[in-house]
Design a protein around this ligand. Structure first.
Ligand SMILES: *Cc1c(COP(=O)(O)O)cnc(C)c1O
Length: 388
């Protein structure tokens, strides 16, 4: 079955009364007929639920099944946020302190997690350049273990590493790999097929797609996912059932939205390359982007919905842009049906030091654009008039 069909397919599950839309099990707990039944359910001898944090929830399970199907994985766990998903994924693969190899362009929140939660616990934080897999061994510690974290398409400059080769190089040194597939979404890439050990999503973004829910997901093998589930239950980063339902509802149109958003992003990127006052446009679907050949090889159906522009006028020019855009809003998130801009230096990447920002290639003039599903002419007109 193709992704478009999987997205709208009714689950195999038989719900009471055969509703077309899955019910929202907005309950914290479940009741029982007898002590014996509680015992049987807790032992796993009888199907059933106990408690929404630690014993599952039918609505959330429905979303987990969808996420596993979309990523072509065997299992999935839904979490209260993408950040919670990343923490659970790391701890599942590395329960005791080890080296965490972090791809240079990663989301600031993931940097914060490693820096403020894991480093104080004894994990070591190592930045790595994932663009040249053959150069990776210089980073590996002699212990021959660790976790590498990367993003399919990086934020905000759209860098795409040769992940299949990177994963192979990591595995050759017993380093396990977590790929954050938020920017690509399963519409453009399914990194388990490149050998990734776990996939992490901020479901908040393209999967949910409507900026109305905070949610995350981890996808992978049954063994790894079993451990992630255990950690999520114990740490309490469990989602609310209503949030799971909203994400399920939003996800039905993922393919349609991504198709339009990525087409719009490409057209907007092409159009902005000829606007004066813009030093550079970063979009992996532009032929002069450094990763265009790799992105063309690894991504399907386009190059995603995110681009970055670098304004020659720096911060002042960004302020003018924010003030003069009529339809496009300044938002500290992405992946919605409507187009928004954000300022990485003050928002998504504020966790980075000045030197780290320079290495990623962002400064005060950098603006990230998350492209939605509007008519492309309205978008181009709005950006052109504001930049003028
Ligand atoms: C937003 C985001 C996250 C964090 O997800 P939350 O749902 O906000 O916790 C992780 N990775 C990427 C790439 C993101 O854009």
């Amino acid at each position: 079955m193709r992704l478009e069909t999987r997205l709208v397919k009714v689950s195999e599950r038989v719900w009471p009364d055969n509703p077309v839309s899955p019910p929202i099990y907005q309950t914290a707990a479940y009741s029982y007929r007898s002590l014996q039944q509680v015992e049987r359910v807790l032992q796993g001898q009888e199907p059933g639920y106990t408690y929404t944090r630690g014993g599952g929830n039918p609505t959330t399970e429905e979303l987990a099944q969808l996420m596993a199907a979309l990523e072509e994985g065997e299992g999935s766990v839904i979490t209260a946020s993408g950040t919670g998903a990343m923490l659970a994924a790391i701890l599942a693969l590395a329960p005791t302190p080890t080296s965490i190899y972090v791809a240079r362009e990663i989301y600031g929140g993931t940097v914060g997690l490693v820096r403020h939660v894991l480093e104080p616990l004894g994990y070591s934080f190592v930045w790595v350049d994932t663009h040249q897999p053959e150069a990776l061994p210089k980073y590996w510690s002699h212990r021959g273990s660790g976790i590498l974290i990367g993003e399919t398409i990086s934020n905000p400059r759209g860098r795409v590493s040769p992940w299949d080769a990177v994963i192979q190089a990591a595995h050759a040194h017993n380093v396990l790999v977590i790929i954050d597939n938020t920017f690509a979404s399963p519409f453009h890439a399914r990194p388990l097929n490149w050998g990734a050990d776990l996939i992490v999503h901020s479901v908040t973004k393209f999967i949910g797609g409507h900026d109305d829910v905070i949610l995350g997901a981890v996808v992978g093998s049954p063994k790894a996912i079993g451990r992630v589930q255990q950690l999520v239950d114990i740490m309490g980063v469990t989602p609310d059932p209503m949030a799971s339902w909203l994400a399920l509802r939003g996800a039905r149109t993922l393919a349609l939205r991504m198709e339009r958003s990525s087409q719009n992003a490409r057209k907007l990127a092409e159009s902005l390359t000829s606007v004066s006052g813009i030093d550079q446009v970063d979009y992996p679907g532009l032929q002069f982007h450094p990763d265009y050949p790799i992105a063309s090889r690894l991504l399907e159906h386009g190059f995603g919905a995110i681009l970055a522009i670098h304004l020659a006028g720096g911060l002042e020019a960004v302020e003018h842009l924010v003030n003069r855009l009529h339809h496009v809003r300044l938002v500290t998130s992405l992946g919605d049906v409507s187009t928004s801009i954000s300022h990485p230096v003050v928002a998504s990447h504020r966790e980075l030091t000045a030197e780290e920002k320079e290495r990623v290639g962002i400064d005060e003039g950098t603006v990230r654009i998350s492209v939605g599903i509007e008519h492309i002419d309205d978008l181009i007109e709005d950006f052109r008039q504001a930049l003028a």
